[in-house]
Write a protein that binds this ligand. Structure first.
Ligand SMILES: N[C@@H](CCC(=O)N[C@@H](CS)C(=O)NCC(=O)O)C(=O)O
Length: 322
């Protein structure tokens, strides 16, 4: 006798929803209303202190290429020309364990989890990238991208190739910090609030705020080349790493599908403008980003099928924003 489809569907729904909630709780902690709640980064120390003096070849930056937060630090590292001063180590997203794997790391660690435990044996938080690591004291200096990029901008200028390139100029800090707060909440973290929402209401709120900010930025970028005027700043670096992933990943996988970035004339030109600057495209392995997001976030894409995406050579179309 065939199982009546209704029973089959109801059973599958019950089992799947229970499993889905359990997996989502691991992947993305939420509040009681189903809103995604990002956990605060725990290591917040600064370079330039007695414990962590600025020095060349003393610190290593651990990143993951698909991660938008780590990508901010990689771009800042490139824009400041810090390759001869701070070593970059790329961790690999390991789909089988849902964490970051390290290969041939000088510390001997085989994962970010081991690295965090080496730095602090009783650590119990998330094993995230990016991490700024002190190779001398075998300690984590900082694991918050927003702070690491400020340090990369100003603490290593004695050894940077482009010390005069100031990505966080004093006269733009007030306006920049205010804009960063909005963009963090509604765009950088906003796409995650859509993708990791546990209820319709949580998603509705995330997606409404996300597109309200994108509409606003579209207007602002109509009369200025970058977010704060004619100079590229950390504000742009922070926005770019979300926008460059948007059409490929967040639009489909995270259900941010009211519009694509390619539907916004100014935002799309702005993304191409930054993408085409020296050294930036090499920090954007878009095929890997596309594939690994769809493969590694299993609860969001249980069938494992990877959509085709768009033709990324469109990013090289001239932008005429100069
Ligand atoms: N606040 C952190 C967030 C970093 C973050 O969420 N990184 C993700 C990758 S995109 C990660 O490593 N997640 C692993 C985990 O949370 O277990 C930052 O901006 O530096």
């Amino acid at each position: 006798m065939a199982v009546p489809p209704k029973i089959l569907i109801q059973t599958a729904q019950l089992v799947w929803q229970t499993l889905w909630r359990t997996m989502m709780a691991q992947l993305a902690p939420g509040d009681r209303s189903g809103n995604f709640q990002r956990v605060d980064s725990q290591f917040r120390q600064q370079i330039g202190t007695e414990t962590f003096p600025a020095a060349p070849h003393r610190y290593r930056l651990y990143v993951g290429l698909i991660c938008p937060w780590a990508h901010r630090t990689v771009i800042t590292h490139v824009l400041k020309g810090l390759e001869d001063c701070i070593d970059l180590k790329v961790a690999i997203a390991d789909l089988s364990v849902g964490g970051w794997r390290l290969e041939n790391d000088p510390t001997g660690c085989r994962s970010m989890q081991e690295l965090y435990r080496l730095g602090q044996p009783d650590y119990t938080g998330r094993y995230s990238v990016p991490v700024l690591w002190d190779c001398q004291n075998k300690q984590i200096v900082n694991n918050e991208s927003a702070e690491i990029i400020v340090m990369l901008n100003e603490a290593f200028n004695l050894w940077a190739k482009y010390p005069d390139r100031d990505l966080y100029p004093a006269h733009l800090r007030g306006e920049g910090d205010r804009l960063n707060e909005l963009i963090y909440r509604t765009v950088n973290n906003g796409v995650y609030r859509c993708g990791f929402a546990r209820t319709q209401a949580a998603y509705d709120q995330g997606v409404t705020e996300l597109f309200a900010t994108l509409d606003l930025l579209e207007k602002q970028l109509g009369d200025r080349r970058y977010l704060l005027g004619d100079q590229l700043t950390l504000c742009d670096v922070r926005l770019f790493t979300t926008l460059i992933r948007f059409d490929l990943v967040y639009h489909g996988l995270f259900k941010c599908d009211r519009r694509r970035i390619r539907d916004y004339e100014n935002l799309w030109g702005y993304v191409r403008d930054i993408y085409q600057q020296s050294g930036i495209a090499a920090t954007c392995p878009l095929q890997t980003i596309h594939r690994e997001y769809y493969q590694s976030l299993f609860p969001l894409n249980p069938g494992g099928i990877i959509p085709i995406g768009f033709d990324i050579t469109e990013l090289t179309i001239p932008h005429h924003r100069g």
